[in-house]
Design a protein around this ligand. Structure first.
Ligand code: 5MM
Length: 338
């Protein structure tokens, strides 16, 4: 399949992406929060429970994996990428090596992982991955993000995207303006605009085929410590405005990250964006925490009751699937019976 077709399939209406690509350090934090030991077996068991749930067929277009998971075999003996493909979903792989301190800047980060990437992509393709992900992070404060941080991350994202397409895979471009801080929604709008603008400048310079990419941005939203909380309608309006202003028309769609929003907030905001969407872009989700939080808590308490965990995950995935078509509402949300 061409990368343009894969990219379209990744953002098709009614479905979205499950971001299950937590590196071992992040997974350690997640498992610790529910008092579970972070062993390879536990990481596999939780993830396999999600990947074998029924909503994989109906609401999940793709799954982003960490390298460890891409190479694992499920308890039923099927390699993990095969298990995902069996549901009609596409396996993907996080290929960055994490955000590291940016020399010459004050505590800002640049994402690393370009060295040897070409060789790694060949291996990932053979293992079944058909798309990749690279995440850059930008913090907001009186002096951040700096021009240096915006430019160096955009450059790395573009070089990554070009290498991924060379291997016939779709790059997810993820520039995440973090929610941490007390900034207003308008500040987030300005910074997100600058960041996206620079990313698309670099993607163009590196001859990336935009039709074969997916953008994974933050929503335009207030900082988590801001006293003035923006309402859903304002978040949706400003997010849409910002993307219309900065995204080239060739990009098939957007798969938002949740970035610290609660599960319900992330669903509600996506639903509202789709309600007012007057563009040709598809807007879907690529959530990590906002898809997994409740399922993880349930799993920690009832590890052997796989059906119970899957029911919780299925509900969340179905709710987000509905929000990609602006069909979500409170009544539907409350229809869940444990
Ligand atoms: C699932 O978390 C991803 C991996 O993070 P680390 O490399 O730091 O372990 C992360 O990139 C994720 O894909 C996005 O941030 C979206 O996840 P959220 O939880 O923000 O929806």
């Amino acid at each position: 399949m061409s990368i343009e077709k894969i990219a379209k399939q990744m953002v098709e209406k009614g479905k979205g992406i499950l971001a299950a690509d937590e590196s071992t350090g992040t997974m350690e934090k997640r498992l610790k929060s529910v008092n579970v030991e972070c062993t390879e077996k536990n990481r596999l068991n939780f993830r396999e429970t999600l990947f074998s749930s029924s909503s994989m067929k109906t609401s999940i277009s793709g799954v982003i994996l960490f390298e460890e998971t891409l190479k694992q075999t499920s308890n039923s003996g099927i390699p993990i990428p095969e298990l995902i493909k069996k549901s009609g979903s596409i396996p993907g792989i996080k290929v960055d090596k994490g955000a590291k301190l940016l020399s010459g800047s004050d505590q800002e980060k640049v994402t690393e992982g370009l060295d040897g990437l070409r060789g790694r992509m060949e291996e990932y393709y053979k293992l079944g991955a058909r798309f990749a992900k690279w995440r850059a992070v930008y913090s907001i404060s009186s002096k951040h993000p700096s021009e240096q941080c915006i430019k160096s991350n955009a450059h790395a994202l573009a070089r990554y995207a070009a290498i991924v397409q060379e291997a016939n895979m779709v790059p997810i471009v993820e520039p995440e303006v973090l929610m941490d801080g007390d900034h207003t929604i308008d500040k987030c709008y300005d910074i997100t605009s600058r960041v996206l603008n620079e990313c698309y400048k670099e993607l163009e310079i590196h001859n990336v085929n935009l039709k074969g990419t997916v953008l994974k941005p933050n929503m335009v939203i207030h900082g988590s410590n801001c006293k003035q909380k923006a309402k859903t309608e304002e978040i949706a309006k400003k997010t849409l405005e910002c993307l219309k202003k900065n995204m080239p028309k060739e990009v098939p769609g957007v798969a938002f990250l949740s970035g610290g929003q609660s599960e319900i907030e992330a669903t509600k905001n996506l639903n509202e964006i789709n309600k007012i969407n007057d563009t040709s872009f598809n807007f879907t989700f690529s959530y990590g925490r906002a898809l997994q939080q409740s399922a993880l808590k349930t799993w920690a308490k009832s590890m052997t009751d796989i059906k119970k965990v899957q029911k919780v995950f299925d509900h969340r995935a179905t709710m987000n699937g509905a929000s990609t078509e602006a069909k979500w509402n409170e009544k539907l949300e409350q229809s869940f019976v444990a």
